[in-house]
Design a protein around this ligand. Structure first.
Ligand code: HEM
Length: 496
């Protein structure tokens, strides 16, 4: 007899055998993950500890940042959000995970979340420390003080066109202009010019360029793609789920990226200003693939973020008329005319700065925890084992009542002087450390100039009064913003 009783001799027997083996395997996995896994001692939802399904469900439903705020309020500073994943919300965790290394501290490197399908690594997506450092050095001249001075002219050129357009498309006799979309026209045009030497002409045409639509529309699928390493079955089923128009659009997008990149490379010798390509191409040899990846991610990182911040600001200022009145007072008394508004002068306006910071806190463009792999290190007083996916939840720490007075209220005053004594280390909308935002100064320049010029030129009127910005936004990597129509009425005495 021997082993023969264990070997089934019918199809039913095989099925039963497979079912039993699967059940045993799953039971062992569940028990291991709940009680014996190195992360077993960390609190969190039980489903998250045993399976990636908890994350997949909340991530794909668009409510991830909200869910994580609730989870951290329930379980504390550290929450186990997946079998091998920890989320932190404490102010200290920012530096521990993303800060500079050295003095015995090893780097938390970017996780495979950043691997972009079939594309070469760019300055943002590169996970290799040496590769990243080469690319970041090559780009740094494009973000220097001198480059920023060159870039300011480009910013004004498109902002002025935008101010004229919103007056026309969102004038008193119109139904209003969908302002989140209009901000996308503007910021993509600016970054398009700084990357490819030509804009997308979106502000001029009052229409989103197809190259940009594909990026914005594909964020839902992009966010699912990011789960594919953790849920391998997605690799098989995704090609059947993505709709044909989007797939075609994506192909067109890639072809146009190639074409625009090749064109800009040919113009290198005739371009005088320090734009992104001037800087990249003057340092070392770059494959066409790397140039394209960098062009694409620079455009996304440099435009959607700024447009998102502006959209949030338009909402919060419209809902808080006393903040709008104070901002208007500051801007109109600082300048004699619209043409006097510039980057240096706006940088000296404390209330303008406070409004922007508060917008970034209430509604950060990057609202989730940027995933890193632990080298085996302490974070916020907890040892995080090697290989654990680790992050600080951006929104949770910006809305934590331990750090912020009335965290859910739009209060620009917190950024003036001592404010309310909030703990600003919990802020970091641009990240910090070696992977912190390269475009931070350009972003502030754009935000200050756009906001000051809009406030100078117009009284703003919210048409879609029922929009609740926080309720109606969904997050799929980037925020999927609701339509929000606004009208713009020329301000008495203002020349636009
Ligand atoms: C309000 C506007 C912006 C916000 C909130 C923002 C935020 C961020 C954040 C959080 C990161 C880290 C991303 C990660 O580690 O995955 C980042 C990286 C980066 N951002 Fe921005 N950003 C903004 C505007 C810009 C602009 C205008 C540019 C110009 C092109 C830009 C270029 C970059 C680059 C190149 C990186 C990669 C840095 C590196 O890995 O070395 N960003 N940004």
């Amino acid at each position: 007899m021997g082993l023969s009783i264990l070997i089934p001799d019918t199809a039913g027997g095989y099925i039963l055998g497979i079912a039993l083996a699967s059940f045993t395997y799953l039971s062992i996995t569940v028990v291991y993950r709940l009680y014996f896994h190195p992360l077993a001692k960390f609190p969190g939802p039980k489903l998250a500890a045993i399976s990636i399904l908890w994350k997949v469900f909340h991530w794909t439903s668009g409510d991830w940042p909200h869910r994580l705020i609730k989870a951290h309020r329930k379980y504390g500073d550290v929450v186990r959000t997946g079998p091998n994943e920890l989320s932190f919300a404490s102010a200290e965790s920012w530096k521990d995970i993303y800060g500079h290394t050295g003095k015995g501290r090893s780097a938390f490197i970017k996780s495979n979340f950043y691997d972009s399908q079939g594309k070469q690594p760019s300055v943002i997506t590169s996970r290799d420390l040496v590769e990243h450092s080469i690319q970041r050095k090559a780009l740094s001249a494009a973000f220097s003080a001198k480059a920023l001075r060159d870039q300011e002219g480009v910013v004004h050129q498109y902002v002025d066109l935008f101010i004229a357009q919103i007056g026309k498309l969102g004038g008193a006799a119109t139904m209003g202009v969908n302002i989140p979309e209009a901000f996308n026209w503007l910021t993509f045009d600016i970054i398009g010019d700084l990357t490819f030497g030509e804009s997308f002409d979106a502000v001029k045409n009052g229409r989103t360029h197809p190259w940009v639509s594909v990026i914005v529309e594909s964020t839902f699928w992009g966010s699912i793609l990011d789960l594919r390493e953790q849920v391998p079955i997605l690799k098989l089923v995704l090609p059947f789920l993505v709709n044909g128009d989007l797939a075609k659009g994506y192909k067109m997008h890639n072809e146009l990226t190639k074409e625009k990149t090749e064109k800009r490379v040919k113009q290198q010798d005739s371009v005088a200003r320090e734009d992104f390509f001037k800087s990249i191409l003057s340092k070392g040899d770059w494959s066409q693939g790397k140039l394209e990846s960098n062009a694409e991610v620079l455009i996304i990182a440099g435009s959607e973020t700024t447009a998102t911040t502006m959209s949030g600001l338009a909402y919060f200022l419209s809902k808080h008329p006393h903040c709008m009145a104070q901002l208007q007072k500051e801007v109109t008394s600082a300048f004699n005319s619209y043409d006097d508004i510039n980057g240096d002068a706006t940088a000296r306006l404390p209330y303008l700065h406070a409004v922007i910071e508060e917008g970034l806190r209430m509604y950060p463009p990057v609202a989730f925890g940027l995933p890193r792999v632990s080298p085996g290190a302490m974070v916020s007083g907890h040892y995080v084992p090697t290989g654990t996916l680790t992050s600080t939840q951006s929104w949770s720490s910006k809305r934590d009542p331990r750090y912020w007075h009335r965290p859910d209220d739009f209060l620009p005053e917190r950024w003036i002087g001592e404010g309310f004594g909030d703990r600003k280390e919990a802020f970091n909308p641009f990240l910090l450390g070696p992977r912190g935002c390269l475009g931070i100064n350009l972003a502030y320049l754009e935000l200050r100039v756009i906001l000051a010029k809009m406030v100078w030129a117009y009284e703003w009127e919210m048409v879609d009064k029922d929009v609740d910005w926080i309720r109606d936004n969904k997050m799929y990597l980037l925020w999927k913003k609701p339509e929000m129509k606004m009208r713009f009425h020329p301000r008495a005495g203002a020349k636009a």
